[in-house]
Design a protein around this ligand. Structure first.
Ligand code: 5GP
Ligand code: ZN
Length: 111
């Protein structure tokens, strides 16, 4: 999507503090961190949110889910972390390209 902020981060057209990338996904530091470690993990493919997932995305999503704890450990989160994906307006989503927040390193907020 040409006008999508996270697509542009994925392609390098907009800079970000990228901490990990592979063929499936890119991880970078949130510009406004809500925890000592606050990363965003996005698929390179433009998927809007969980509502937009198709069965064909299953293998991609499985690979990304397997990658998230590895990225967390690379950032010292060995005692746990939170992975959050806000979905659509009712879920507080502000950037409409699927992303998982990795939050850790502090006292977790109660849900
Ligand atoms: P959402 O509310 O959609 O779940 O989260 C969007 C997140 O993207 C927010 O935590 C916000 O701080 C982050 N964000 C918004 N714009 C940028 C940006 O240009 N660069 C980076 N690194 N993060 C951003
Ligand atoms: Zn996008």
């Amino acid at each position: 999507m040409s006008d999508c902020l996270f697509c542009k981060i994925s392609t390098g057209d907009i800079p970000a503090d990228i901490v990990y990338q592979d063929d499936d996904c890119v991880a970078f530091r949130d510009i406004s961190p809500k925890a000592p470690v606050h990363l965003l993990v996005i698929p390179r493919q433009h998927i809007v949110n969980l509502y937009d997932l198709k069965a064909d995305d299953s293998a991609l999503m499985a690979r990304i889910l397997l990658t998230i704890p590895k990225i967390a450990r690379q950032h010292g989160l060995d005692d746990g972390f939170r992975a959050v994906t806000n979905t659509d307006k009712g879920g507080g989503q502000e950037v409409f390209h699927l992303h998982f927040h990795i939050l850790g390193g502090g006292t977790p907020h109660p849900l």
